[in-house]
Design a protein around this ligand. Structure first.
Ligand code: F6R
Length: 322
């Protein structure tokens, strides 16, 4: 059996290049008129970019809503900017929510490599095909901030993009750190934690471990987990590994909570910590994501599964059309 039939390792390594290219894809594409909210329609790997957009726009006045359902949210109207994101362009929930948003006269931009979405949507940013959707996160996220930049809703500074690219450029280091951490997680059930502010990053780790390594993984955020999940550590066992994603800009009280929790968790489970790198928000988000992608890749190899194809997901989709 070819273990990496879709060359996922190379695709992961090329991620910084993908991000840079993706930012310039919406050249000249902008929207006009009032925008009172932004809605991202998508599922799975195509929705995660929306979660990251929500973090990224956290300091602006525009609310961002990520919609993983057959219908667009009720509040969508002609002043909503809707990104309909589907790598394949054929995901039924996204297509159905797109139709709903279209009926509400929203300003819609599709982001896809083809499929029905490319045919149906009037304004489309075409991204390269041939990747697993989850491996195309750069193509799925950066065109959105490119459009917002072109529309003068945000100003993405070159310094910020450069900080991110410079932070990610040490691919070998991310690769070897990822491999080393995967060794500690193999045969265990990871539970990934981050602050609420970086919750989407923890969620991305979980989903990458699920889809690349084909194994169970869970996630939660601080400080919500202090109010429920931490109680479960009384009955935990060493099959579980808590992975704490820490950020130098985490709220001081969150840092304190993580320190205290680490002590509690270590009594009954294994604990690993990782630190975001770089200074800008883009660098910190994507450095943790980049590391997590390598971790999930090496976990796949440890599990002796091909990291690329996700047969169970494909079977599910096929059964739904029968
Ligand atoms: C597969 C993957 C999935 C898909 C999801 C939606 O690599 O990541 O989570 O993203 O099934 O499909 P698309 O992205 O084509 O809309």
């Amino acid at each position: 059996m070819v273990l990496d039939s879709q060359n996922m390792l190379q695709v992961i390594k090329d991620f910084p290049k993908q991000c840079r290219e993706a930012f310039s894809l919406p050249k000249g594409i902008s929207v006009s008129g009032e925008i009172s909210n932004i809605v991202v329609l998508g599922m799975g790997g195509s929705a995660v970019g929306g979660d990251l957009l929500k973090i990224y726009l956290g300091n602006t006045n525009i609310p961002v809503f990520v919609n993983r359902d057959y219908k667009a949210p009720k509040f969508v109207n002609e002043n909503s900017l809707v990104f309909a994101v589907s790598y394949s362009g054929n995901t039924e929930e996204t297509l159905s929510a797109y139709q709903d948003a279209y009926g509400k006269n929203a300003k819609i931009i599709g982001i896809t490599s083809g499929g029905k979405l490319a045919d149906e949507c009037e304004k489309v940013i075409k991204i390269p095909s041939g990747l697993q959707p989850r491996a195309a996160l750069g193509y799925l996220f950066f065109p959105m901030i490119g459009v917002l930049h072109n529309t003068n809703i945000i100003r993405v500074k070159n310094d910020e993009l450069n900080d991110m690219i410079n932070t990610l450029k040490n691919t070998d280091k991310f690769n070897s750190e990822g491999e080393a951490l995967a060794k500690k997680l193999k045969g265990k059930i990871p539970i990934i934690y981050a602050s609420e502010a970086l919750g989407a990053v923890a969620f991305r780790w979980k989903t990458q471990i699920n889809e690349n390594a084909k194994m169970a993984a869970f996630y939660n955020v601080f400080s919500e987990m202090n109010h429920n999940e931490i109680a479960g550590y009384k009955g935990m066992d060493r099959k579980f590994v808590a992975v704490l994603i820490r950020d130098k800009y985490d709220n001081e009280r969150i840092k304190r909570r993580m320190d205290i929790c680490k002590g509690i968790m270590e009594m009954t489970a294994n604990v690993e910590e990782v630190q975001t790198k770089g200074d800008s928000l883009l660098a910190r988000m994507f450095s943790a994501i980049y590391l997590g992608d390598f971790v999930s890749y090496y976990l796949a190899l440890w599990n002796r599964v091909d990291p690329g194809p996700v047969e169970i997901i494909e079977q599910m989709k096929k059964k739904l059309v029968q």
